[in-house]
Every structure is written in structure tokens, then in C-alpha cells.
Design a protein around this ligand. Structure first.
Ligand code: SF4
Ligand code: SF4
Ligand code: SF4
Length: 435
């Protein structure tokens, strides 16, 4: 029996060892049952065990696999579980699910269409740069579900035709960054490098521009790391450890150069920030990954930390008639740094109400056609909770969850830094019209 979640352990890819470990963990979870309402994985697991007269060991491989498939990797069960390492039970449910997906990938057990979907969703730089360049044509397609063309895409590529997909920016973030007139900063307070990841680079350049604008207003010098690519999360979440590790290594080389030059790294999408902080050190262990992880921050986290260090730093105070609803994204919670987007808004004097519920997108899981129905159910439950607050000003760290809320409620959800920029009355220069 191994309790290892270490991908370099020779037993990591042994199916018999994995099945035994699934049995061990399922038995513990069945006894505990705390996570019964986070997702479909746990109720399914409990039902299977109950139907076998409490004999967890009698679960068939296909029943175990169904539990794995229902996990979308939100990591909330890890955040809440009292038995995570260093507890003697060393239970890490989400990492066990990743291991099961990795074993399946090495055995080429997925069907052909699923593998096509994997490729489409994981080649984020290739797909992102093409779609951004063709944004005038692509945006009407991704932002209109249930059309003929979306159904055709679903048939071929397995990307759900029912979902509102994030649209693409009119300019790439790195283009905007190079074209802008940087604010002259006589006495820099700090220096950061903004790792845009695919979301900011291709889809949401406005968030990157807002981070830059707010930071420069606070005398924080901004730069871009050269030669970085997607963090690799889609590969990891599909179980393709080889591709993920290759991408992580390449990014780590570049990001470590930045850190060695004395700059911190800012990552705005919580999924990507989690990957750099938590997954890189596990899959590419060593000083380099540890150093990069220790110097990587969510943009609100970084600003709040700076304000704590330097009490003279202030964003000013604003009057806002209504409460801001702040969505606590799962991958922000999983970073275990607190809800710094909420804290930042509070520093401006804004009243904030937190809504904490998964959007059911989690990377790319909710966009796959086979998961769309479950994911939409979760997105609607989140949207219902937000709608009940009656507030129309909504903020959240995760661009995907924000898109899902927009899909359900038809309201634009802002990244907290974007809202801060607006409330402070700052303009991005040049403006990013239509992004
Ligand atoms: S993951 Fe932990 S908290 Fe959740 S059901 Fe299993 S043992 Fe309980
Ligand atoms: S990571 Fe999220 S989706 Fe996966 S089992 Fe845990 S709570 Fe469920
Ligand atoms: S996890 Fe981040 S960098 Fe990776 S594909 Fe998603 S957005 Fe892009």
C-alpha cells in the first residue's frame, strides 16, 4: 500500500497500487462523509459503497473511475479535510484524482474524441493566439451558445455548445503593455513581473492592464517575463504529466531568472497561480520551483502585503451605494492566502459580501460536452446565491467563474483589481476598448 502522491515515485503509475489506494481513501471518506455536498464525486462514492453493504473494497474499477471522472479539481475537499498530510492518514483526495487521471493517460484508456478535446483545450497558446487574432470572427461564435456552428464544434472537438465561452481580447496583453506609456516612477516601492498566462494574454488583457495601472499608481514597477507560455494546467488536469512537466520546466527557467533579478511574479488567474505555487514544486521538485513559488502572488495578495509592510501606502476611500458581492473562487481558497481581493476592496471603504460556491468550470472541465450539464447545475446554484443578494456589483478573482456568472445572470463580473482601478478613478493608457 502506498499513500504517495509523488509523481516521481515508481509506484505512482502502477494501476494495482492506485486501485488499492483508491479503496483505502474511499473507505476513509465513506466513514467521514463531510464532503457530501461539494460535488458529484462524493455522493456517487457513498452510494456505491452503500449499495455494496458498506464494502468499499467491492467497488469495481469502472465505479472507481466514475468517481474520478466526476471530480473537477476544485480542491475544496482538500481545503476542508482534517486528514491531509502530515496527518497519519495522509489523505489528499484531489491529488489522488489527478493520479488516477495520470494512470489512465499513460494507458491510453480515453476514447478518441476525448483525446481530441484534450488537445483542443490544452494547446492554449496556439488556440489562444489564433482566436485572438481572429477575435472579430471568433467572439460572436464563443459568446453565442446553441448555434449550428457551436454544435458542429461540439461534435468534432467535444467543447460544449451550451456554454458561454470566454471571448478574446482585441489586442494581446503583451502588445498593450509594450505600446503603453509607462508612468515615470522616481522612487520605486517594489518591482514585479506580470506572468499573464493565456487568460490575460489572449482573453482578458483588461485585467492585466488594470493590474499594471493600479500597481504603477502605487510606484510598483511592472515588467513582463520573456518567453513564458501557458502554465500547463490543462495538461495536468487531463493527466498528461509528461506535457505538463515539460511546460513547467520551460516556464520555471524564465520565471526564476526574473526572481533572481529581484522581482516578484504576479499571476492573476487563480488556477494558474495555484499551479505555479503548489504544483510546480511537486512535479519539478527543487530549489528553482520552490524559489519561484515563494515569489509568486495573486495581484490583490501582493498589494495587501505591500500595504501591510508600508502603512503610508493608501488607495484612498470611495463611496459606493451598494454592497459588492465577492465570489470566493475555489482555486483562490486552495492557495490558503485568504480572500485578498475582498480585503483590498474593503480597504477602499467598500462593503463586501462573500459568496463561496464553486462555479463548476474548474479549468476546462465544465466546457467539455460530457460535463456541461453538471457544470451548468453548479453555475446556476452559484448564480442563484448571488442573485439573492440583490447587488449588481459583483467581483471575483477567477475569469472562468466570472464568465459562468455572466452566463447565468447576464451581468459583467469584474476582477477585484479592475474594480479597484475604476473606483480609484484611474484610466488605463491606452484604453482597451471592447476588451
Ligand atoms: S476528503 Fe477528508 S473531509 Fe472529505 S470526506 Fe474524505 S476524509 Fe472527509
Ligand atoms: S476536488 Fe472538488 S470536485 Fe474533486 S472531489 Fe474534491 S470537492 Fe469534489
Ligand atoms: S491554467 Fe492558466 S496558463 Fe494554463 S491554460 Fe489555464 S489560463 Fe492558461
Amino acid at each position: 500500500m502506498t499513500t504517495t502522491y509523488d509523481p516521481s515515485d515508481p509506484k505512482y503509475y502502477e494501476e494495482s497500487d492506485l486501485r488499492e489506494e483508491l479503496g483505502r481513501v474511499f473507505e476513509l471518506c465513506h466513514g467521514c462523509r463531510m464532503c457530501f455536498n461539494y460535488c458529484d464525486s462524493f455522493p456517487m462514492l457513498f452510494n456505491f459503497v452503500d449499495s455494496k453493504d458498506q464494502q468499499h473494497a467491492d467497488l469495481t474499477p469502472s465505479e472507481q473511475d466514475a468517481v474520478v471522472d466526476a471530480c473537477f479539481g476544485c480542491k475544496i475537499c482538500y481545503v476542508k479535510c482534517p486528514y491531509i498530510p502530515p496527518h497519519e492518514w495522509a489523505l489528499d483526495f484531489p491529488r489522488l484524482m489527478l493520479r488516477a487521471k495520470a494512470v489512465r493517460t499513460t494507458q491510453h484508456q480515453s476514447d478518441i474524441r476525448s483525446r481530441v478535446t484534450d488537445q483542443v483545450l490544452a494547446h492554449t497558446d496556439a488556440v489562444g493566439s489564433l482566436n485572438q487574432a481572429l477575435s472579430a470572427v471568433v467572439n460572436p461564435i464563443v459568446s453565442r451558445p446553441n448555434t449550428g456552428i457551436r454544435r458542429a464544434i461540439e461534435k468534432v472537438a467535444g467543447v460544449s455548445s451550451q456554454r458561454l465561452l470566454p471571448s478574446y481580447g482585441k489586442v494581446r496583453f503583451s502588445r498593450w503593455f509594450k505600446d503603453r506609456l509607462p508612468r515615470f516612477i522616481a522612487s520605486p516601492r517594489a518591482s514585479v513581473s506580470i506572468f499573464p498566462t493565456c487568460f490575460i494574454e489572449y482573453m482578458a488583457p483588461q485585467i492585466g492592464a488594470d493590474v499594471t495601472t493600479v500597481y504603477e499608481s502605487q510606484d510598483i514597477v511592472c515588467s513582463l517575463p520573456e518567453g513564458v507560455k501557458c502554465c500547463g494546467a490543462p495538461w495536468l488536469h487531463q493527466g498528461n504529466v509528461a506535457e505538463f512537466t515539460r511546460q513547467a520546466r520551460a516556464n520555471l527557467e524564465r520565471l526564476d531568472e526574473v526572481v533572481q533579478q529581484g522581482r516578484d511574479i504576479i499571476v492573476s488567474q487563480p488556477t494558474c497561480a495555484y499551479v505555479v505555487k503548489r504544483d510546480y514544486p511537486i512535479y519539478v521538485p527543487g530549489e528553482q520551483a520552490e524559489r519561484v513559488a515563494a515569489h509568486t502572488f495573486d495581484p490583490s495578495e501582493y498589494l495587501v502585503n505591500q500595504m501591510r509592510k508600508d502603512r503610508s501606502m493608501t488607495l484612498g476611500k470611495v463611496e459606493l451605494d451598494e454592497e459588492v458581492v465577492f465570489h470566493a473562487a475555489c482555486h483562490t481558497q486552495a492557495q490558503n492566502t485568504g480572500l485578498k481581493g475582498r480585503d483590498l476592496l474593503k480597504k477602499l471603504g467598500v462593503k463586501v459580501r462573500v459568496v463561496s460556491k464553486c462555479s463548476g468550470i474548474d479549468g476546462t472541465w465544465g466546457y467539455r460536452s460530457e460535463n456541461a450539464a453538471s457544470s451548468l447545475r453548479m453555475s446556476s446554484a452559484l448564480a442563484d446565491q448571488i442573485a439573492k443578494t440583490g447587488s449588481t456589483t459583483i467581483a471575483g478573482d477567477c475569469h472562468l467563474a466570472n464568465t459562468a456568472i455572466d452566463e447565468a445572470l447576464g451581468v459583467r463580473v469584474e476582477h477585484p483589481i479592475s474594480l479597484v482601478r475604476k473606483l480609484m478613478g484611474l484610466e488605463t493608457q491606452p484604453p482597451l476598448k471592447g476588451n
